[in-house]
Write a protein that binds this ligand. Structure first.
Ligand code: ATP
Length: 233
C-alpha cells in the first residue's frame, strides 16, 4: 500500500500541494487527472523525493518514505517515467535500457531484463542499435517505460505518457500499461487522456489547485461528472 497523508510540498517558498491524502493498494493503478498547473507532476516528484515534503507523510507498506533520497527510492522498488521521456538521444535504444539497471544489484540481471523488455516491446528489439534520438514519439515513450522496467520496480510512477502521441499509439501505450498492471505492478499514472486512464484505473483522483477535489474508486467515476468538475463547471 502506497499512502500520502496530509502532504504539503512545493518549491522553496512556493507551496503547491495542500494536504493531499491518497491511497493506492499494491498491484492497483491510480490515475491522477487535473488541469494544467494542478500539481500533478509535483505530486509525482514528491513521491520520488525530488521535491521536499514540508508537512504530512508518504508511506509504503506502513513505513515512511518521505525524506528518503531519490536514489534510495529506486532501492525501495519505485521507478519514475518522467514527462517528456528524457531518453538519452545520442545513445542507442539498448544503451538507454541498460542505464535503467545501472545500480550494482541490478547488473547481474541485465541480460534477463533486456530479454523481458524486448518481449514486451518487440519494436525496441528491432531498433536496439538505433540512436534513441531518431525514434518516433511513441517509440521514445516505450524506451522510457522499458528503461524504468530494467530495475524491476514494484511501483511505477508515470507522468503523462501519452503526451503528443497519435491516437493509435496511445491505444498501444494503454495496452502496455494494462499488461504492466497484470504483472502485479502498482502504477501511479498522471494522464490527460481521462477516458482511457479511468478505464484501466482502480483509483481516480482529481487534483485542482494542489488539492484533491475528488478521490473515487474508478468504477464509481462518471466521466461527465469528472469533466464537469475538471473544467470547473
Ligand atoms: P501540467 O499538466 O501543466 O504538467 P501539473 O498539474 O503537472 O501541470 P505542476 O507541474 O506540478 O502541475 O505545477 C504545479 C505548480 O507548481 C505550477 O503553478 C507551477 O508553475 C509550479 N512549479 C512547477 N515546477 C516548479 C519549480 N521548479 N519551481 C517553482 N514552481 C514550480
Amino acid at each position: 500500500m502506497l499512502e500520502l497523508a496530509n502532504v504539503r510540498a512545493g518549491y522553496g517558498a512556493i507551496n503547491v500541494l495542500w494536504d493531499v491524502s491518497l491511497q493506492c493498494a499494491a498491484g492497483k493503478l491510480m490515475t491522477i487527472v487535473g488541469p494544467n498547473g494542478a500539481g500533478k507532476t509535483t505530486l509525482l516528484r514528491a513521491l520520488m523525493g525530488l521535491v521536499p515534503v514540508s508537512q504530512g507523510e508518504i508511506r509504503l507498506d506502513g513505513a515512511r518514505i518521505d525524506g528518503t533520497p531519490t536514489w534510495r527510492m529506486a532501492d525501495a522498488g519505485i521507478a519514475m517515467v518522467p514527462e517528456g521521456r528524457m531518453v538519452f538521444q545520442a545513445m542507442t535504444v539498448e544503451e538507454n535500457l541498460v542505464m535503467g539497471a545501472y545500480a550494482r544489484r541490478h547488473r547481474p540481471h541485465v541480460q534477463e531484463r533486456l530479454a523481458a523488455a524486448y518481449a514486451m516491446f518487440p519494436r525496441l528489439a528491432e531498433r536496439r542499435r538505433q540512436a534513441a534520438g531518431s525514434l518516433s514519439g511513441g517509440e521514445a515513450q516505450m524506451v522510457a517505460l522499458a528503461r524504468a522496467l530494467m530495475a524491476d520496480p514494484r511501483i511505477l510512477v508515470i507522468d503523462e505518457p501519452s503526451l503528443g502521441l497519435a491516437p493509435i499509439v496511445v491505444a498501444e501505450l494503454f495496452e502496455v500499461l494494462a499488461r504492466l498492471k497484470a504483472e502485479g505492478r502498482t502504477i501511479v499514472l498522471v494522464e490527460q487522456n481521462t477516458a482511457q486512464a479511468v478505464a484501466i484505473a482502480d483509483h481516480v483522483c482529481l487534483l485542482q489547485g494542489g488539492r484533491v477535489v475528488l478521490a473515487q474508486p474508478a468504477h464509481e467515476v462518471r466521466l461527465e461528472a469528472l469533466h464537469a468538475r475538471y473544467f470547473g463547471r
